[in-house]
Design a protein. Structure first.
Length: 335
């Protein structure tokens, strides 16, 4: 699966704080975006990611019309949480020096169900536990480089011949990215710009059945993408706690139909992010809670750089790729 991401959604090519041009009121104020940074200990939680992921996974399993796939039920879905962890010394690409580290965590448990006798699984169902950890490193000084490590673990449980079977798949991707241009310092409605991303990736995939020996493969490749960013409009995003004035930023790779939208708040972080494939929304996440060293209540303020926006869509793309791999193993795993 390939899709435009908000720097891939949570990468370091574009992370912003939003500053109102005047006093904030109930009416939409004209706003602009200025690049700044968060402090250690800040955190943000987002809802909707697990639901979007489960629906996308169900679509994969239902792609074969003769499969008899019925649907899924939710066990648990922990909110996506992004933490700004620490300042550290980093060394990657042509960069060596101080950086800020952030981390995203998410876990999901669902049960997949098929019609009677449609699968080799007893009861025609499978339980999936999916956990994701993404660690992002971004230089504190001006730099065209950033690095991200993503680990996705999928445990698939099912019965076969009255025996409980377990297939475990771990996918780890280390990505080092160089951007052709520095991020804009200030964004306003109507702004547009283009960036070429040169990405070096190392993929390590481990898989085992019933806690046996791990089968591991490693591969590496380089990828080049041209991304167009456009500040499309001002929009109010309604959440359970607040109504947020935002700027809507569109990201789309040259030559691709898929695109991403992120709604940047006046306080500097994404309030909502959306992924579209063929004009149809396939993922939507909304800010539910946060803690920022720059914010202690409703007031006019500036805050530091939003949590690295690569984290959301890299999670979706990586997890679904791992699901496809895991699915192939299930069909050969009845014991």
């Amino acid at each position: 699966m390939r899709r435009a991401s908000l720097l891939a959604i949570f990468s370091a090519a574009l992370v912003f704080s939003v500053i109102p041009s005047g006093i904030i009121s109930t009416a939409m104020a004209e706003i602009s975006v200025e690049t700044q940074r968060h402090g250690e200990g800040d955190w943000f939680t987002y809802d909707g990611y697990g639901l979007s992921l489960a629906n996308s996974m169900a679509k994969i399993y239902n792609s074969n019309n003769s499969s008899g796939f019925v649907g899924w039920t939710l066990g648990y879905d922990e909110p996506l949480r992004i933490d700004v962890i620490e300042r550290a010394i980093c060394d990657f690409g042509d960069w060596a020096g101080s950086c800020m580290r952030s981390q995203a965590l998410h876990s999901l448990n669902i049960t997949l169900q098929w019609t009677t006798n449609a699968t080799p699984y007893d009861g025609d169902k499978m339980i999936l536990n999916i956990s994701t950890t993404i660690q992002h490193e971004e230089p504190l000084a001006t730099s065209a480089w950033d690095r991200e490590s993503r680990k996705i673990s999928i445990s698939a449980w099912f019965l076969g011949d009255d025996e409980l079977n377990l297939v475990e798949t771990e996918t780890t991707t280390l990505s080092t990215t160089h951007a052709s241009a520095e991020r804009p310092q200030i964004l306003s409605l109507g702004d547009t710009w283009q960036v070429t991303l040169e990405i070096q990736k190392i993929d390590t995939i481990r898989q085992r059945i019933n806690r046996g020996m791990w089968n591991e493969t490693t591969s590496s490749f380089n990828e080049s993408r041209q991304i167009i960013y456009t500040v499309e409009e001002e929009s109010t995003v309604h959440t359970a706690k607040l109504d947020w004035p935002t700027l809507r930023l569109r990201e789309q790779a040259v030559g691709e139909d898929n695109y991403s939208l992120v709604y940047l708040s006046e306080l500097g972080w994404p309030v909502r992010s959306e992924e579209y494939e063929g004009g149809i929304i396939v993922m939507s996440t909304t800010l539910t809670d946060f803690s920022s060293s720059q914010y202690d209540g409703p007031k006019i303020t500036t805050v530091e750089q939003t949590p690295s926006v690569t984290i959301l869509s890299t999670m979706v793309t990586g997890i679904l790729a791992a699901v496809v791999l895991s699915r192939r193993s299930h069909t050969n795993c009845k014991r």
